[in-house]
Design a protein around this ligand. Structure first.
Ligand code: CP
Ligand code: NVA
Length: 337
């Protein structure tokens, strides 16, 4: 049994990638692989026995919520789920007051919502570890899953040998997080988007500064040819949770040249794999997918069904890894050997 003592950081938060050192970030991915192996081999140790964890979701979720709940159950912890409507937080009680209260009840807090500042306030005022389950700015637990998945699909290689691209709306959580994540892990990371959908300059500068320490190569460009030579092509929805549905028309116009189809995957390279944090619009089997088809004639939005459902797609391996990596974040903060 691997001794995980060196991976524990009692009391640590997971708020955004830039708060981490590259070494700590890599260690979290290593811990994820260890915990995944334990679960798969039926030798899982419970490092979170007796812990109580509250999961606050101001925005909806399938993977993140389920990953936190299953990881907690696997590890012997109990969870309380607060849905977008059923707490006083933000409406009748400030985030800070809520943080003080929840810190008296719980050993840790997960938060998903729009404002990065709110997750930062919870961390500042609760006195317990806080994990960011997605804000408009960052999606750090997703990055751990994406990175573990890329490593697993690159046998015999390390992150410094991996090239990945993100195509789409790069000014939102996924584009920004994938940029910083690649810089931290020493990857060759290319963010490919129309200029108006690039991350802010300060995020690009921060990625370049990290890349100088790690040897990563970071590129932000509007040239779709930048995907050439990618081992992995990442996509995300074109309109994120919390955005007005009126932005669809302009987003579709801006992002059509960046839609992932077989031609784009061929351009990326014969062995390129497709990744997506999910949920994805790749067919007409969703309400939104159907509406977009009726209004704009698009069958599949950010990715064609051929790519999503084809042999290059590793999206369900990626989704499974949300469980193992979120478990690692929880164990790092709260684990008892
Ligand atoms: N990828 C992701 O965060 O999925 P959910 O919105 O379902 O949690
Ligand atoms: N950018 C997407 C990611 C969903 C996991 C959103 O924020 O809705």
């Amino acid at each position: 049994m691997t001794d995980i003592t060196a991976y524990l950081k009692p009391g640590s938060h997971l708020l955004k990638e830039l708060d981490e050192t590259p070494e700590d970030w890599l260690a979290l991915i290593e811990l994820s692989a260890i915990l995944k192996q334990q679960k798969k081999s039926g030798t899982e140790q419970q490092y979170l026995r007796g812990r109580n964890i509250v999961l606050i979701f101001e925005k909806t979720s399938t993977r993140t919520r389920c990953a936190f709940e299953v990881a907690a159950a696997d590890q012997g912890a109990a969870t309380t789920y607060l849905d977008p409507q059923s707490s006083q937080m933000g409406h009748k009680e400030s985030i800070s007051d809520t943080a003080h209260v929840l810190g008296r009840f719980y050993d840790a807090i997960e938060f998903r919502g729009s404002e990065q500042n709110n997750v930062e306030i919870l961390a500042r005022d609760s006195g317990v570890p806080v994990w960011n389950g997605l804000t408009a700015d960052w999606h750090p637990t997703q990055m751990l899953a994406d990175s573990l998945t890329m490593l697993e699909h690159s046998p015999g290689r390390s992150f410094s040998d991996i090239t990945y691209s993100f195509v789409g709306d790069a000014r939102y959580n996924m584009g920004r997080s994938l940029l910083i994540n690649g810089a931290m892990l020493g990857c060759d990371v290319r963010i490919v988007a129309p200029k108006e959908l690039w991350p802010e300059d300060e995020v690009i500068e921060a990625a370049k500064a990290v890349a100088e320490q790690t040897g990563a190569k970071v590129t932000v460009t509007d040239d779709i040819e930048a995907v050439v030579g990618s081992d992995f092509v990442h996509a995300d929805v074109w309109v994120s949770m919390g955005e007005a549905k009126e932005v669809w028309a302009q987003r579709i116009e801006a992002l059509m040249p960046y839609r992932v189809d077989e031609n784009l995957m061929e351009l990326a390279g014969g062995n390129a794999k497709f990744m997506h944090c999910l949920p994805a619009f790749h067919d007409l089997n969703t309400t939104v997918g159907q509406q977009i088809f009726e209004e704009y004639g698009l069958d599949g939005i950010e990715v064609s069904d051929e790519v999503f459902s084809g042999p290059r797609s590793v999206v369900f391996d990626q989704a499974e890894n949300r469980l193992h990596t979120i478990k690692a974040a929880m164990v790092r903060s709260l684990g008892r050997i």
